[in-house]
Design a protein around this ligand. Structure first.
Ligand SMILES: Nc1nc(O)c(N)c(N[C@@H]2O[C@H](COP(=O)(O)O)[C@@H](O)[C@H]2O)n1
Length: 199
């Protein structure tokens, strides 16, 4: 059993599940990140692959369609009259890729449930409007805080024009900077380790 995933790598954008082909040189600094992702994905198949080994495969190419497009491709005809859930408002502009809203309208979805409005001024509320104009029921704000936390760096950049910076330091109990990490800070699954896992 193999699991594949596509990302837009060092060129920015979200990581999406699908397939494609890798672009760029093999020695770039994202290689370690994507190989760790291969291992992480392969581990999901633990106990299910015998006699084959667990194998993870990640395929990366810049300028790929948005998550909604991949999901609708996978769904095929099943999407007709279905409800789509998406953590960020579908876009309604021609950027590096065509508008997701158009693809959603063509798929004849009945309803779209959106986590949060896109803070990108090119998108903000236009995607929702386009879907509603096409007669699709739209719900906005489901698990909004969770969706916002997922892309807090993107939101910050959009709202301020500045990069999102995380400062981490260790202080002793009497306020002196320490040159070593405290106990538990490298524990997996916490906020810090999630930040470190990002490309
Ligand atoms: N809804 C949604 N799904 C995705 O998968 C996305 N990557 C985005 N991104 C939004 O669209 C802007 C980029 O558009 P292009 O990739 O240039 O076409 C990005 O800034 C986000 O606002 N949205």
């Amino acid at each position: 059993m193999s699991i594949s995933q596509i990302g837009s790598g060092k060129h920015g954008g979200v990581v999406m599940i699908s397939c494609g082909a890798k672009e760029g040189d093999s020695g770039d600094k994202d290689d370690g990140f994507y190989m760790r992702r291969c291992v992480e994905l392969a581990r999901k198949a633990i106990g299910c692959t015998s006699p084959s080994p667990m194998v993870g495969c990640v395929i990366v190419k810049a300028g790929q369609p948005h998550a909604e497009v991949f999901a609708l491709r996978d769904a095929g005809d099943v999407a007709e009259n279905a409800t789509a859930y998406v953590s960020l408002e579908p876009c309604n502009h021609y950027g590096r890729t065509p508008p997701c809203s158009e693809v959603m309208v063509k798929a004849k979805l009945k309803e779209v449930v959106i986590g949060m409005i896109d803070p990108n001024p090119i998108v903000a509320t236009r995607g929702v409007q386009r879907l509603r104009d096409a007669g699709i029921d739209v719900v906005v704000g489901v698990e909004e805080e969770l969706c916002k936390r997922l892309i807090e760096a993107f939101i910050h950049k959009m709202l301020t024009g500045k990069p999102f910076v995380t400062l981490r330091y260790s202080l002793s109990i009497n306020g002196h900077p320490l040159n070593q990490l405290g106990e538990g800070v490298t524990d997996s699954g916490g906020y810090h380790s999630q930040q470190m896992a990002c490309p």
